[in-house]
Design a protein around this ligand. Sequence first.
Ligand code: ADP
Ligand code: ZN
Length: 736
Amino acid sequence: MSQSSLFNAGETLEPGSRAQVLVPYPLSRAYDYLVPQNMPVAAGDYVRVPLGKRDTIGVVWTTDAADAKVDPAKLKSVLQKFTFDPMPQVHRQFIEWVARYTMSDVGSVLKMSLSAPEALQPPKSVPVFTLTENIPVKLPASRQKIIDLLKDGIPRRAVDIARAAGCSAAVVRSMAAVGQLQTLAGAPPAPCEMLDIAENRLSFSPDQKNAADALQKLAAANQYAAVLLDGVTGSGKTEVYFEAIAEALRNGKQALILLPEISLSAQFLERFERRFGVQPALWHSEVPTAQRRVTWTGVAEGKTRVVVGARSALFLPFADLGLIVVDEEHDASYKQEEGVLYNARDMAIVRARLGSFPIVLVSATPSLETMVNVQQGKYTYLNLPSRHAGARMPDINVINLKVTPPERQKFIAPPLQKALHEVFEAKEQSLLFLNRRGYAPLTLCRTCGHRFQCPSCAAWLVEHKRHSRLQCHHCGFAQAVPRNCPSCQAEDSFAACGPGVERIQEEVQLLIPEARTFILASDVITSPGMISAAVHDIEDHKYDIIIGTQIIAKGHHFPSLTLVGVIDADLGLAGGDLRAGERTFQLLHQVSGRAGRAEKPGRVFIQTYMPEQTVIKALAKNDRDEFLAVEAREREKALMPPFGRLAALILSDPDENKLDVFCRTLAQKAPRYDDIRVLGPAPAPMGFLRGKHRRRFLVKAGKNLPIQKYLAEWLGNVKAPSSLQLKVDIDPQSFF
Ligand code: ADP
Ligand code: ZN
């Protein structure tokens, strides 16, 4: 990894000289500006500069004004310098690194770091509200909701409280007027500033203690190290890495915990609070603007000590970051698939190297990439082999649907039906897992065979009974279900093909009418707040049978849940995705891990038409390492990641003809080298998406070849028509 020598921190520019300022727009470099009298600037300073007809915030990128060719008379001046701690040098290096690696404009990467631009303005003194010393009891539900919201200790403006609690701002003000809340003026304090970092009070098992000691040593050492913390669900990994966090904090550093967005639920936050006495600073897409602003400021000033966030939190300009934890490191949602295409787990490794501090990857089902890095000695390996307090791993039963099929138009086979009954009788909970939202993935006309298709995508419309609509899961298109077939006009002649979670719920209701059922899917549960509420309801046993998509698979702990049924284990194995087997294993293993996490033992039923598949066999034997070994051998033979490198080009255009002409030109111009192969152009599996036709190239290179350099050489040679969009995806995760 090359360290950029661009940055000469500390040198202050004298007025009359130039500074290069990077602005958060899709530009590939910083531009020269004049530094006015009485406004000396240094690298990292946040400034306001003119840009075209407008002005924008930006960051002084370098101070050795390189572009001396530009006539000073043509240069514009820096307009304003913010009185704010400069962006640390290491963070600027990180931005440059990510831009180079992902082949993105450095300005676009900067934009991800300037994610709360309001933070730079001096705080307006808007009153904020917080709890009083003596929290009032016995309030009406609407007021109690406000109290609960503020228990995280973060003061908020009346409007933000009102929005979150679903009341009017007047309620908040009147609570303050009668002393149920207190009013603070001016800038709210930084979140997560004072933590309890004393030694842990839990008594760790010997394995936990070993792992925690090793992590603490690394966290105290101020140098780069990557660690995999491997352990089955419920083995106490979280408690162990909390101790690494505590050590980093004792060392005066900040810490970052990355989680898949939907795992950022109250359950995790409560545990954090139990350990550290306060809630962490949260960072994800739903955090309201005012809170983003205080958090961004707190992080940049070094006051906020721990951030728990989704992948975007990696781009916060930490003043002194000293530890990153990537929980569920195998999770596909770490890859950002829009804008700058980056993998937050991989870029977190880069961030740790640049900052010379340790990083801990955590998983019960580590990715093959990470396991290979362990085997090659690049990562330290720590293992928690058993569940905490001796809870057993569940029994896994494979149901061969060829032998014991469900009834026609039904999807739950007899052995699973029986188990559902037993668990219901025993007053325990069941989870049915099906990774498909809605009622049915395909609707067709029984009379003429008409199929409902999205007008803008090569995809069927999915019926959602709950809204009586047909929806495209790719572009969001939706229409009401018509009475008559659009082709043959037959009335009420539609048939649903295949199941979604809504259809499974219907089947369960027929099977056990007394059971209380609940659907947990991303179109029903749209925020971490909603998932928290749902998780609490499940914990409180308000439901007997939960029907869920993959959002249920993540890290939750339900003591009375003793049965997991996988409706269609084959679903993820269709389509030629490189990681289909690996992802299916991870997902189904995680789902299975929801069963029997407390004293009661759990059972898992996996329904499949392909019981002989490696993945299913590995799940049945609960043999992860054997599965990974087979997977690794196959990838190595094919020179696929992590044994070779991939990059994808995705081209799209509304005009199919123009697209194909350009793709042919591009293919001809591909430079030829021995160890690099270009596959394509091929129609993308989603050959038509959001009204655009799509084509893909796949570049396959040896492990240590500079694939970016190759792409730069290739793409530097061609000019794409303006309507055409060309995206470069380094280390692609999705192949649609
Ligand atoms: P993982 O992160 O590996 O899934 P957790 O850290 O969530 O495991 O631990 C599972 C459960 O066991 C949690 O409720 C946790 O608080 C509890 N736990 C883990 N270690 C201990 C310990 N040493 N003493 C008491 N409870 C523990
Ligand atoms: Zn669509």
